[in-house]
Ligand binder design. Sequence first.
Ligand code: 4AD
Ligand code: MG
Length: 431
Amino acid sequence: MSNVCLIREVNRFVDQSVKIGCWLHNKRSSGKIQFLQLRDGSGYIQAVVAKNEVSPETWEAASKLTHESSLYVTGTIRSDSRSQSGFEMTVQSVDIIQITEDYPITPKEHGVDFLMDHRHLWIRSPRQRAVLAVRAQVIRAVQQFFDDRGFYLVDPPILTPSSCEGTTNLFHTKYFDEDAYLTQSGQLYMEAAAMAMGRVYSFGPTFRAEKSKTRRHLIEFWMIEPEMAFVDQQENMNIQEQFVSFVVQSVLQNCRAELQTLERDVSKLESIVPPFPRISYDEAIVFLKENGFDIPWGEDFGAPHETAIAASYDKPVFITNYPTEIKSFYMKPDPNRPEVVLCADMIAPEGYGEIIGGSQRIDDPQLLAERFDEHNLPQEAYQWYLDLRKYGTVPHSGFGLGLERTVAWICGLEHVRETIPFPRLLYRLYP
Ligand code: 4AD
Ligand code: MG
């Protein structure tokens, strides 16, 4: 078998004959000409089969092709300004690998459960492929941003003996005879890494046994978690707005075709540049009250609150300095006002909700030890974490960006379930 050419790369072979390995996406026929819409994952191309220019075998093979049949096609690449990709193929021969029969996903409307049951096939559709291609570009941009700025990539463990984000949604498992939990966040380990390597980031799966069935929640999701020594909360936010802007601009540059497939209004993404607006929790409460919400100071925001606040801005907005009571044990209190912490959530525009949670961390060993008691966390399990404050403690900050919510926002999707190849949802572990 000679090497196949990727559809994405046919521009290098104009007026030359190439072979591609592909699936039939669609077909039209007008008597003596068949138009094959082919896909190979890297792109789409139309291949034209003319009855009087190919062998009877090739004409016959093309006639038999059904949706999702697999094949090799050899033909000449032509520039074609009318086609979306800019190229078309004039077919010389068609070699069938398999004729697909009864492909379950048809052009008719399917319900969400049906599509989710067939997720392994659904990802072949143009929209789903586009979302996953954007996801891959977001990951590439994340790594580029941090690698170019001297951050080290560090991998925290996935099996852990203790919790980072509260004990209510821990995924329990056995670790031989011990109890263990799937990680909710790599943060605590990243703090140790920051004390060793200065500026670090992680990228990996995290797990939350949340009984939430919303369009923003997954049970298994991927997080990017930078942690930085000698960085305070103000600089932490500066880095976050540069980071998110870089990722969005990189998708705009590299995924034009995908955003078009998704019918995304790109003007909304083009305006994502620093600086981002910042409002305090206190100001947010006042705003919400003025807008008809009955929410007392001290209560956490839910999706409707976040959406209402974000609607005032065309960029992500930071909500800063939440009440200490409702935030995680490790957040540093504001020295002038210990009832609030030096933290910020970044809320995406267009109703996509919180995409980043971040804060400056407690650096005082005494205060941290008190927090463990207040939060009913066993100090023995966190001895190593306390050590970080005992041996050369420094001011430090970090944050976690949820990959799937970010991709949902950039792609303009209704639900995060389409942003991950095989979503783990409440009541869904298949396929
Ligand atoms: O705000 P969270 O819980 O923050 C942390 O876990 C920190 N330890 C991160 C850090 O500072 N290193 O989660 C961070 C982000 C959220 O803003 C959200 O984007 C995403 O993770 N996230 C979820 N995404 C999908 N499904 C869920 N169930 C999510 N829970 C959080
Ligand atoms: Mg949060």
